[in-house]
Design a protein around this ligand. Structure first.
Ligand code: GUN
Length: 294
């Protein structure tokens, strides 16, 4: 059984990015710059944005955080997006989600200049992805595609089952795996809340992507012997065995599924670090795009 090490792979990619950024500083005296807009004081969002800031710093990417009150109007938020859109020294932008209820998320995402949309959430970029054009890919599916590529996991002709159809993970994952590319060329089934016989379908997967957001949802009886398991879930549960009083688990019951699988991503240390590094890859691409280097 192969333990797919996302932590180690992400670190390798970070070193590659760091070297490229150093090259840009030498050649252009400029570095990629990512701006993050954080609305409100949701602790989880705050942590995610802090991680993004730290990740940027670790490779020499400049970052700016625009912290806005939860009471901000949609117009004011759109003005901030406009401000970043028109700053040529900022190459990539993200608006951390979720946003407060009174703000229309779709309108905000559509307001981002697609060239700076390093989350890959803008409808133009989602359309490009679906058509197989080069564009920014949403971070989690991008990270998973890199893992499949670097671990040389064959996807062509394989049956990939994706559990979950979110705009951020399940849907783009299903599109990327079915695209005429490598990794890709897979036969893809996407399962969701209305799927009948989900367990039976999962058990036919050569590659199973669990992105359902339910702790330890995937059990050994849902997995074909020798399947590759990619666990997107991350859940904090209380534990009396750790100093912090909690531990992290995924959407997959690791102990039993790892005995059946041929390869599996752990939680933590699997998909999570790859998601983080994928944003840096997109920011690097945004910088290159801004200078017509690709
Ligand atoms: N909230 C949870 N995941 C994400 C993400 O990938 N991007 C943004 N902008 N917000 C998120």
């Amino acid at each position: 059984m192969i333990l797919i090490n996302g932590k180690e792979t992400a670190e390798k990619i970070r070193q590659e990015i760091k070297a490229e950024v150093a090259g840009f500083l030498d050649t252009y005296d400029a570095a990629p710059h990512l701006a993050a807009i954080l609305v409100g004081d949701d602790p989880a969002s705050d942590t995610y944005v802090s991680h993004k800031e730290k990740d940027c710093k670790s490779v020499g990417i400049t970052s700016s955080i625009y912290r806005l009150s939860t009471k901000i109007t949609e117009k004011e938020l759109l003005n901030t997006v406009d401000f970043i859109n028109s700053d040529d020294d900022i190459h990539g932008m993200i608006v951390q989600l979720p946003l407060p209820e009174h703000i229309n998320v779709d309108r905000v995402i559509s307001h981002i200049n697609p060239k700076k949309d390093v989350d890959g959430f803008h409808p133009v970029n989602v359309g490009k992805m679906a058509l197989g054009y080069p564009t920014y890919l949403p971070a989690t599916p991008y990270g998973i595609m890199e893992l499949l590529k670097r671990y040389k996991i064959e996807t062509a002709g394989k049956h990939c089952v994706v559990i979950g159809r979110s705009n951020i993970v399940g849907t783009p994952m299903s599109i990327l795996l079915s695209r005429k590319s490598n990794p890709g060329n897979a036969t893809v089934t996407i399962c969701h809340s209305h799927t009948q016989n989900l367990k039976d379908i999962a058990a036919t997967a050569d590659i199973l992507i669990a992105a359902i957001g339910k702790p330890e949802f995937v059990t050994a009886d849902m997995v074909k012997k020798g399947a590759v398991i990619i666990d997107v879930g991350i859940h904090r549960i209380p534990s009396d065995k750790t100093k912090t009083g909690f531990r992290l688990i995924g959407d997959v019951k690791f102990d039993e599924v790892s005995k059946v699988a041929s390869a599996i991503t752990p939680v933590p240390g699997g998909v999570g670090p790859m998601t983080r590094v994928a944003l840096l890859l997109n920011t690097l691409t945004a910088f290159k795009n801004s200078r017509s280097l690709i």
